[in-house]
Ligand binder design. Structure first.
Ligand SMILES: Nc1ncnc2c1ncn2[C@@H]1O[C@H](COP(=O)(O)OP(=O)(O)O)[C@@H](O)[C@H]1O
Ligand SMILES: [Mg+2]
Length: 286
């Protein structure tokens, strides 16, 4: 398929990545001078639902600006892991750190501050049905209450352009959009909150390969242009291969593998081999 590459979109100058030290609180730990600190870290996290042990001593980290892909069979705890990062779930044991803060014991109010830095893009987009595309994206900007209407409109236009949603669709309701477009709008809305990190739960499920490619392009663009830290949960190996700086493979409650995609592909581990072969990344005899 030959889709001409659109030139990279310039985002409005005044809509830069919020400086870490520009926030309301300033924790000294946020600005490491020597060794960069992980932006997100799981330290020996345990989580069970009754007898169902989902995370059993899981540790991993994501460096600032890095894309981590979380892989693993269905039901292995990928979504549960993301829900721990935004505080919808709390670990039974272990610690979760974000931007240098240990959020493990944070209450809902403290988590609101974290959720401004780390936003989740849900599979269904979780858009407001009764608001137009434009108003959905404008929503987080209006919530800030400090921008003029013309600034809001300018930023919304820039964000829709950035995620590849045609201006013509701006007045449509979410129900009028394709699945892929809904996801792009959801990403635009997430960006409007000026996060430092975005979590994507299975962004390519139920979209055709071309849209999957465009979503991948977009995630990479956000990494390069906005230096966003990302976690992408996916079962799509090709997608992961394009995006991932590092890969976390969950299996039977464990971080079975945590490393680069190259290391994963060349691993002789039986569980990984099976997973890779199932995904036809490595064809038998190839
Ligand atoms: N809120 C919950 N209450 C009880 N069990 C849950 C809850 N959320 C997830 N689970 C269970 O945790 C396991 C992992 O789920 P999930 O993280 O959604 O898997 P996936 O890797 O497919 O995203 C599953 O067995 C699921 O049934
Ligand atoms: Mg899931």
């Amino acid at each position: 398929m030959t889709q001409p590459e659109k030139p990279p979109i310039e985002i409005p100058q005044d809509f830069g990545h919020a400086p870490l030290d520009g926030g309301e609180e300033s924790h000294g730990a946020q600005h490491p001078h020597h060794h960069p600190q992980p932006y997100i870290a799981f330290e020996h996290v345990y989580k069970a639902f009754g007898d169902n042990v989902v995370l059993d001593d899981v540790s991993f980290d994501v460096m600032p600006g890095e894309v981590l892909c979380i892989l693993g069979r269905s039901g292995v705890g990928k979504s549960v892991s993301l829900q721990h990062i935004v505080g919808f779930l709390k670990p039974d044991k272990g610690h979760i750190k974000i931007a240098g803060e240990d959020i493990t014991g944070y209450d809902d109010k403290q988590m609101q501050t974290i959720r401004r830095k780390v936003t989740m893009v849900f599979q269904n987009g979780a858009l407001f049905d009764s608001l137009s595309v434009r108003e959905n994206v404008a929503f987080p900007l209006r919530e800030r209450g400090e921008l003029r209407e013309d600034q809001i409109q300018q930023i919304v236009t820039g964000l829709l352009e950035m995620v590849g949603v045609d201006e013509e669709l701006a007045e449509d309701l979410p129900s009028e959009l394709s699945t892929g477009m809904k996801r792009s709008v959801a990403i635009a809305r997430a960006l409007a909150a000026q996060p430092e990190a975005i979590l994507y739960d299975e962004p390519t499920t139920m979209v055709d390969p071309l849209i999957a490619r465009l979503l991948g392009d977009l995630i990479l663009k956000l990494k390069r242009q906005l230096k966003l830290t990302s976690i992408v949960v996916t079962h799509d190996m090709r997608f992961a291969q394009r995006l991932a700086d590092r890969v976390l493979f969950l299996h039977q409650g464990k971080a079975h593998f945590f490393g680069t995609m190259d290391e994963m592909k060349h691993s002789n581990d039986e569980v990984l081999r099976q997973f890779l072969e199932l995904d036809q990344l490595i064809l038998p005899g190839a």
